[in-house]
Design a protein around this ligand. Structure first.
Ligand code: ATP
Length: 409
């Protein structure tokens, strides 16, 4: 699992964009904070020089700006949140847990919770939403209805004082990156929900915030587009020097994008740990069901995926040699045996039962192995009884190649 906050020298400063026409009817805006240098047109490069259109970015990388997050939230959602620059946190929890309230509190957009907020060394608590250096992509995207996709995306850059031509070029790049460049001149009502979401994401990323808040950013996208946009988002987050909070109900999104998973329940933090830790030791049945996936990062080779924690994993389909990917395996897809299973080619490992916990009417069995990373299987109590499973019991596990979801990293 890619836990470590990512270091990338190529990045520029963050700046603000906070939009919610419903709660901020006086034209949601992005303006330049006095302490913020102008951004580059390229979201992945640290460059505080405004360039003429068509002029290539300087090759000399300059150190990226880094924005540590420190938040003390009180109200319906009550928690303390500290995160190093470059950390991506998946915010998960059942409906009504307070996920959106947390994001709105960080923006200063709700009376239901208050956030004391420091970004980098700067206390932005007293600032209005649009001066905090926070970008927010709400569930509905909240695009300006009267502006084209291009103008929506260029808005944040323009508000930084970037020239019109430069802002449009930067906006065009982000729209292209997210696969909606061909819609640049359409208004929001002329695009589909999924396209609008990608435009909203381009607008937020183009604004280079110090804190990025994404409320189910991939929810309206079909499976193929979702994989593409997730990949783009991941690449961007790799070079992002701020903190990103992503509200999601998609476990694959959580384990593939996030360094940490913050589980909320009734406005409180139930768990805040790495995806691997939350998957291994979920603190509630809800978390177990939502995120209880096995997630193995690894590198592709000629004979499948080589997990970083050892072993080999056969998967259906292939990525180029050397490609990094995350293999996601649902615990229900893991078969547990007392004898070595035969049959068609599949992933088979010898292991030992390390822990058995109940999950509603099912059991979760943690199996450790010298041949593969830790694996969680979910089986019925009846199956566990038939296999005479107990802590320390020697077992075999198997997973069909077709049951492994591969997420390119
Ligand atoms: N404006 C409001 N006035 C009163 N109660 C509200 C308001 N907005 C949200 N709530 C309540 O606050 C709680 C938390 O809501 P919130 O939208 O933060 O949850 P969530 O975790 O984002 O849920 P979901 O997954 O459904 O989006 C819920 O019980 C909700 O009904």
């Amino acid at each position: 699992m890619h836990q470590t906050p990512r270091a990338d020298p190529r990045r520029s400063t963050g700046q603000d964009l906070a939009t919610d026409p419903t709660e901020a009817p006086t034209a949601p805006v992005a303006t330049t904070a006095p302490d913020a240098p102008a951004p580059s047109a390229d979201g992945r490069r640290a460059d505080t020089t405004v360039r003429a259109p068509g002029v290539a970015a300087p090759v000399t990388p300059v150190p990226r700006e880094e924005w540590r997050l420190s938040a003390e939230v009180t109200g319906f959602t009550t928690l303390t949140l500290e995160a190093e620059p470059g950390t991506t946190i998946a915010v998960v929890g059942p409906n009504g847990a307070g996920k959106t309230t947390l994001l709105r509190a960080l923006l200063g957009l709700t009376p239901r919770a208050h956030a004391g907020l420091r970004l980098g060394g700067l206390d932005v608590t007293a600032r209005p939403p649009h001066r905090r250096g926070v970008a927010w992509v709400p569930q509905d995207g909240a695009l300006f209805p009267h502006l084209s996709a291009l103008a929506n995306t260029a808005y944040g850059l323009r508000a930084h004082g970037v020239s019109r031509a430069e802002a449009r070029r930067g906006a065009r790049e982000w729209l292209d990156r997210l696969g909606v460049g061909h819609l640049a001149h359409r208004k929001p009502h002329q695009v589909s929900g999924g396209q609008a979401q990608r435009i909203a994401l381009a607008r937020a990323l183009a604004a280079r915030p110090r804190l990025l808040l994404l409320d189910e950013p991939l929810a309206a996208l079909d499976q193929t587009t979702r994989a593409q946009v997730r990949h783009t988002l991941r690449r961007h987050l790799d070079g992002f020097g701020g903190v990103c909070l992503i509200v999601t109900h998609d476990p694959v999104e959580a384990v593939s994008l996030a360094d940490r998973v913050l589980v909320l329940a009734a406005g409180r933090a139930l768990q805040d740990a790495s995806p691997a830790e939350v998957a291994r030791n979920p603190r509630s049945p809800w978390v177990a069901r939502m995120l209880g996936r096995n997630a193995w990062p690894g590198t592709f080779g000629s004979d499948g995926l080589k997990p970083a924690d050892g072993g080999r994993l056969l998967v259906a389909g292939a990525l180029p040699d050397g490609a990094e990917a995350l293999a996601v395996i649902a615990p229900e897809a893991v078969s547990v045996h007392r004898e070595r299973p035969g049959g068609s080619p599949r992933n088979v490992w010898r292991g030992t039962v390390a822990e058995i916990t109940s999950l509603g009417s099912r059991l979760r069995v943690l199996i450790t192995s010298d041949e593969a990373p830790d694996l969680v299987a979910e089986i019925t109590p009846q199956a566990a009884a038939e296999l005479a499973l107990a802590d320390g019991a020697p077992v075999w596990t198997s997973v069909k190649a077709t049951e492994v979801t591969v997420v390119p990293l």
